[in-house]
Ligand binder design. Structure first.
Ligand SMILES: [Zn+2]
Length: 108
C-alpha cells in the first residue's frame, strides 16, 4: 500500500543510482526488460532528474525502499525492467502504459 508524503521531495542520490542502474541494465538486456526500454532508453533515463517522490510504501519492512512518483491511483502500468540487487532483493521500474511516465520504483 502506497501512502502519500505531505511534501514531495527530490530523489536521493541512492534512489537515482538505483533507478539509473536498473534502466541501464534493462536497456542493455542484462536483466528482464521491455522492448520499449531497449528501443529508447533515453526516454526513461531523461525522466530521472525531474522525478519527485510523492508516495512511499507502508509495508513496514525496515529495508523497504519502494517509492512512487505520482499521487494518483496507478492505472494501466507496466514493468519495463526488473532484476536483483546485490543484496538479493528484487527491483522493478513501473511506468504508465500510455505515456511511459515512470510512476514507481519498487524494491522488495
Ligand atoms: Zn514496502
Amino acid at each position: 500500500m502506497m501512502k502519500k508524503l505531505d511534501t514531495p521531495r527530490p530523489l536521493t542520490f541512492r534512489e537515482k543510482q538505483l533507478l539509473l542502474g536498473v534502466l541501464l541494465d534493462g536497456a542493455a538486456g542484462r536483466i528482464k526488460s521491455s522492448q520499449k526500454l531497449k528501443e529508447n532508453p533515453s526516454k526513461f533515463i531523461s525522466q530521472i532528474e525531474n522525478l519527485q517522490v510523492k508516495t512511499y510504501c507502508d509495508c513496514g519492512h525496515s529495508d523497504c525502499e519502494t517509492v512512487g512518483f505520482i499521487d494518483l491511483e496507478y492505472y494501466n502500468t507496466e514493468v519495463i525492467a526488473h532484476g536483483h540487487l546485490p543484496d538479493g532483493r528484487w527491483i522493478f521500474v513501473h511506468v504508465l502504459e500510455d505515456t511511459d511516465q515512470i510512476v514507481e520504483l519498487e524494491i522488495v
